[in-house]
Design a binder for this molecule. Structure first.
Ligand code: PRT
Ligand code: ZN
Length: 300
């Protein structure tokens, strides 16, 4: 049995926009962990990894303090803390180990629909409601815009209606919340997605190996999701043209067909989406039996 401090501990959001994707990522990485039960810490059965369930805002602090080795958090949270602590510590106490392909959103400035936007000068001396005061200040300072901060922890979008603020600076993904509150986006302050972070502490070789293995698996999971396995029959005379249509495809495998001397079978992994338009162009070139299959795992 491994000692407790030989296990890699990961902090993940307990419930919220990052929790389902974070859980799914670990599952896809082959980490067997029963996350259904109630509790704070869960132990993986097949790897020395533990998961700690917390609020997303607590994750950077837990990583800095060394309570956990890794955390999955939005870059927006990370950058906000970094800007807040920059003066005190001069450098970040956290590092991004790998970017993740979920939690995508943008921190935007939005104003009421009945106001015509005249450019950034509109915000001069305006009251802006946000939960991200440092990211907002950093953005507007660079544009030399003074503003009055209305700091709110939640329901930022209702501030203009309550006449607490003239504008809001909040996260947007689909834009539905803004629409419901008669607001519209006018400036993007910061583009964000989730990432895997660690602190700057020294860790044992054993833990480092586990973390490296996990990162390789995560990268493989992301790459597999973005990639497709394509199989098709191609006229030998059109091989070059077909290959150039399949962007992102490297070193196709070419196989002979049993009863056709004019065509070959081509198997290829493409890192780009295969659109219907591409399939139609392949067909025009004489390709047939075109199959586009999802890839479950990848390791290079
Ligand atoms: O309880 P806990 O503190 O853990 O959760 P939380 O409520 O603070 O965070 P949560 O779950 O809302 O968000 C966690 C992380 O998800 C954020 O830090 C971002 O990195 C990421 N994320 C991605 C988002 C959104 N998209 C998002 N749309 N976080 C929040 N929103 C909110 C936004 O604030 C607004 O209220 O969703 C609303 C807008 O969504 P749309 O789709 O209507 O535009
Ligand atoms: Zn939170």
């Amino acid at each position: 049995m491994l000692k407790k401090n030989h296990r890699v501990r990961i902090a993940m959001q307990k419930s919220g926009r990052l929790s389902d994707d974070s859980k799914e990522l670990l599952t896809r990485c082959g980490i067997k962990i029963n996350l259904q039960q109630k509790g704070l810490i869960f132990f993986a059965e097949n790897m020395p990894i533990d998961v700690m369930y917390v609020r997303d805002d607590d994750i950077p602090g837990l990583v800095v303090e060394g309570v956990v080795d890794l955390g999955i958090v939005g870059k927006n949270v990370l950058k906000e803390i970094f800007l807040e602590q920059k003066e005190k510590f001069k450098k970040s106490l956290l590092k991004v180990l790998c970017n993740l392909d979920f939690g995508t959103c943008r921190l935007s400035l939005s104003i009421p629909l009945n106001i015509e936007y005249s450019g950034l000068d509109y915000f001069q001396n305006k009251r802006i409601a946000t939960s991200y005061p440092n990211l907002l200040k950093n953005f507007l300072d660079k544009k030399k815009i003074q503003f009055k901060l209305c700091s709110l922890n939640g329901s930022v979008e209702v501030a203009p209606r309550l006449n607490l603020a003239d504008a809001i600076c909040d996260l947007v993904s689909t834009g539905a919340t803004l629409k419901e509150n008669s607001l519209y986006e006018v400036e993007t302050v910061y583009v964000s997605s989730a990432c895997l972070i660690s602190g700057l502490q020294e860790i044992s070789i054993f833990k480092k190996n586990i973390i490296d293995k996990l990162i390789t698996r995560i990268q493989g999971v992301i790459k597999a999701k973005e990639s497709k396995y394509i199989m098709l029959h191609v006229p030998i005379s059109k091989l070059e043209e077909v290959t150039s249509l399949l962007h992102g495809a490297e070193n196709p495998t070419i196989l002979k067909l049993a009863n056709d001397q004019t065509k070959v079978a081509m198997h290829v992994v493409s890192s780009e989406t295969i659109f219907w338009e591409t399939m139609e162009k392949l067909k025009i070139l004489g390709a047939s039996s075109i199959l586009v299959l999802p890839i479950e795992k990848m390791m290079e």
